[in-house]
Design a protein around this ligand. Structure first.
Ligand code: NDP
Ligand code: 8X3
Length: 250
């Protein structure tokens, strides 16, 4: 479709799958994340497949200066953005409030909340108006809190509020905003959350069929493909075995 899509967190999980899904429909991808080797490899795959085209742009969403410098460094051919997917994010730890790491709280709030604010502000001058579209990857953790979810749930509730704020503030520019709130999905998310403990991470997905990254990518792609006068404001999506943060049939 030849739209230009900027995706944060394209090195893994949802972001990686979102990039491949948009590439398959002929779009142009600006791929961002911290792990440059992975961005280069994905860009190479997409460019070699000749469906979409890709431009790797490594940066840390927490570093305000780096975010603005990276976006400012985009060449002229990549400076008109149709779709921004704010996907980069993480959970760290699963501990009671009084035991949780303050550093983990800082990292989650800096990434999941302030990172989205910085990237959106940096991309805003490049976003098509009217007609641009921002998709924020929230979570069911932004809809209900669960025990030991404190910092992560707070960050995703804040992102839910930010998505609604953007929708209200960008109305007058004809820019659409969609929040996609997935439930449990098997990506590197739990490996990151449990700091490399693969046993703890795989236990999260044992005994049921969780979402996979492609499920979320397909929904994001669908939301970005609705007619220009239609805006899906939010979608909560879970695997069939999960009703919400509290009910999961294993
Ligand atoms: P992954 O761990 O597989 O991917 C996370 C992505 O975020 C990576 O590409 C990572 O890139 C990027 N990222 C993390 N921190 C930063 C940073 N400081 N700067 C730039 N990029 C960063 O997890 P998922 O794909 O599952 O997660 C994607 C989003 O979906 C997150 O916002 C997550 O909260 C949300 N989510 C996940 C669910 C799940 O069950 N998996 C369910 C609901 C929502 P790199 O490390 O290279 O920087
Ligand atoms: C990730 C899903 O249930 O771990 O956002 O919060 S959950």
């Amino acid at each position: 479709m030849n739209r230009t899509i900027l995706i944060t967190g394209a090195t893994s999980g949802f972001g990686h799958a979102i990039a491949n899904t948009f590439a398959s429909s002929g779009d142009r991808l600006i791929l961002t994340g911290r792990r440059e080797d992975r961005l280069q490899a994905l860009a190479k795959d997409i460019n070699n497949a000749k469906e979409g085209t890709a431009w790797p742009l490594p940066f840390d969403v927490r570093d305000r200066r780096t975010v603005f410098d990276a976006i400012a460094s985009l060449p002229a051919a990549w400076r008109a953005v149709d779709v921004l997917v704010n996907n980069a994010g993480l959970a760290l730890g699963r501990d009671y409030f009084e035991e949780a790491s303050l550093d983990d709280w800082d990292t989650m709030l800096d990434t999941n909340v302030k990172g989205v604010m910085y990237v959106t502000r940096a991309v805003w001058p490049l976003l098509r108006k009217p007609g641009g579209h921002i998709l924020n990857i929230g979570s069911i953790a932004g809809k209900e809190v669960y025990e030991k979810g404190n910092g992560y749930c707070a960050s995703k509730h804040a992102l839910d509020a930010l998505s609604k704020s953007m929708r209200a503030d960008f109305l007058r520019h004809g820019v659409r905003v969609t929040a996609v709130h997935p439930g449990a999905a098997e990506t590197e998310f739990s490996l990151v959350r449990f700091k490399g403990d693969a046993t703890q991470a795989s236990a999260v997905y044992a005994g049921y069929e969780p979402l996979v990254a492609k499920d979320v990518a397909d929904i994001v792609h669908y939301c970005a493909g609705t007619p220009a006068h239609v805006c899906i404001n939010e979608i909560v999506m879970t695997c069939t075995a999960q009703a919400n943060s509290f009910y999961l049939k294993k």
